[in-house]
Design a protein around this ligand. Structure first.
Ligand SMILES: C[S@@+](CC[C@H](N)C(=O)[O-])C[C@H]1O[C@@H](n2cnc3c(N)ncnc32)[C@H](O)[C@@H]1O
Length: 328
C-alpha cells in the first residue's frame, strides 16, 4: 500500500503542466562552450576519461624523463592550452615554482585536483581569439588538442604569436594512423578508418596532424629551431617490429638522449604502447557514446578493432610526434 505522502506527491505531479516536469538543465559556461566547440570526447575532468589522460601523461613523462626535451631555462610565464586533467600544468607549476602557470581549456580542471598556488585556470574556446597579450609567454604547451581543431594549420601563427622571442612552443600530437608491421591492416582497422576518419574529415579536423607538425612549424617561418621526436607506440607487448623499426626508421632515433633502443628492452616504451592501446580504445568508446553512429564507430566496428589489436600475430602501432620549437 502506498504511504499517504507518496500518494500526495504522485497526484500533485500528475496535475503539473508538462513543461514544468522537464528536468532542469543548468546552462553553465562549460555547456555553452561545449556547444560552440564541438569535441567528440567526454569531459576530461572525470571518470574513465580522466584516468585515460592521466595514464597517457605519466607514460609520456616517464619515457621523456620529464615534461619535455626543450631546455627550459627559468620560464616566468607558462601557458597550457587544452589542460584536460591538469596533470601537465600541475607538474610544470611544481617544477617551476617561480613561474606563473596558466591552464586553459573549455572544461574546468577536476574539482579534486590539488593545484599549486602558482597555477590558475582560464576557461575558453580555442576557436575564438586568445584572451592573452601577444608575446607574453615563455612556454606554450598543447598536447592532443590540435587533432580536434578544424583547420589545424591556422593555429601555428596564433600559437607563435603568444610567445616572446626565444620562447618555446611544445606542440604534441598523434598521427592517428594505425600501422601494422607485418602486413596491411586488417578489415577491422579498415572499417574503423572508413567511419571514424570520414567523420573527422567532415568536421574539418585532421587525424594525421601529428605527422605534419614538423613541416607546419618549419614552413611557418616563425621558429629558429624546430625539433621533433617520434615515439612509435607498439600496442603488442611482444612486438618484434620495434627492433628493426627503430634501426631502420631514422625518425625513431632520439638524438637528445641518444636512444637507439630495442623496443623489447625499453620498459618505458613498452608501457607507453600498452597505455596507448587502451587509451585509443577509450577514444573510440568515448566517440561512440558521445557522438553516436554519426561518429563512425559502432559496437561492431569496435569489436573488429579489438580483435585485431589483440591478435598476437599482428603488430599494430601509432606514432606520437612531440615537437619543441624556439620562437625567432
Ligand atoms: C584529448 S584532451 C588532451 C588533454 C591534455 N592536453 C592531455 O594531454 O592530457 C583534449 C582537451 O582539449 C580540450 N579542447 C578541445 N577542443 C577545445 C576547444 N575548441 N577549446 C578549448 N578546449 C578544447 C578538451 O576539453 C580536452 O580537455
Amino acid at each position: 500500500m502506498l504511504r499517504a505522502a507518496t500518494r500526495r506527491r504522485m497526484s500533485s505531479q500528475a496535475t503539473l503542466p508538462l513543461g514544468s516536469m522537464k528536468p532542469k538543465v543548468q546552462s553553465s559556461p562549460t555547456i555553452k562552450l561545449a556547444e560552440k566547440a564541438p569535441y567528440p570526447l567526454p569531459t576530461s575532468s572525470r571518470g574513465v576519461e580522466r584516468r585515460r589522460l592521466d595514464d597517457m601523461h605519466f607514460g609520456i613523462a616517464r619515457y621523456l624523463g620529464g615534461l619535455t626535451y626543450a631546455p627550459l631555462d627559468k620560464p616566468s610565464r607558462i601557458l597550457e592550452l587544452g589542460s584536460g586533467t591538469g596533470a601537465w600544468s600541475v607538474e610544470a607549476a611544481r617544477i617551476f615554482p617561480e613561474a606563473e602557470v596558466i591552464a586553459a581549456d573549455m572544461s574546468p580542471l577536476p574539482e579534486t585536483l590539488m593545484t599549486p598556488s602558482n597555477l590558475s585556470f582560464k576557461q575558453m574556446n580555442f576557436l575564438e581569439p586568445f584572451p592573452f597579450h601577444p608575446g607574453s609567454f615563455d612556454v606554450v604547451h598543447m598536447r592532443f588538442v590540435l587533432i580536434h581543431l578544424p583547420k589545424p594549420d591556422n593555429y601555428i601563427h596564433r600559437l607563435a604569436s603568444l610567445l616572446r622571442p626565444g620562447g618555446w612552443l611544445l606542440l604534441e600530437d598523434v598521427n592517428h594512423t594505425l600501422l601494422d608491421a607485418n602486413r596491411p591492416v586488417g578489415p577491422g582497422v579498415q572499417a574503423l578508418y572508413r567511419g571514424y576518419r570520414e567523420h573527422m574529415q567532415k568536421q574539418g579536423v585532421d587525424p594525421g596532424v601529428g605527422a605534419r607538425l614538423k613541416n607546419m612549424l618549419e614552413t611557418s617561418k616563425q621558429f629558429g629551431e624546430v625539433n621533433e621526436v617520434v615515439i612509435p607506440c607498439y600496442m603488442n607487448p611482444k612486438s618484434t617490429e620495434g627492433v628493426c623499426g627503430v634501426i631502420m626508421n631514422p625518425l625513431c632515433f632520439d638524438k637528445k638522449v641518444r636512444k637507439l633502443i630495442l623496443i623489447q628492452s625499453d620498459p618505458a616504451l613498452q608501457d607507453l604502447g600498452e597505455i596507448l592501446k587502451y587509451s585509443i580504445d577509450g577514444v573510440y568508446v568515448g566517440i561512440m557514446d558521445k557522438v553516436g553512429p554519426a561518429g563512425g564507430i559502432t559496437p561492431e566496428i569496435l569489436r573488429g578493432w579489438r580483435k585485431e589489436v589483440n591478435d598476437p600475430e599482428r603488430d599494430l602501432r601509432i606514432d606520437m610526434h612531440l615537437t619543441w620549437s624556439r620562437k625567432l
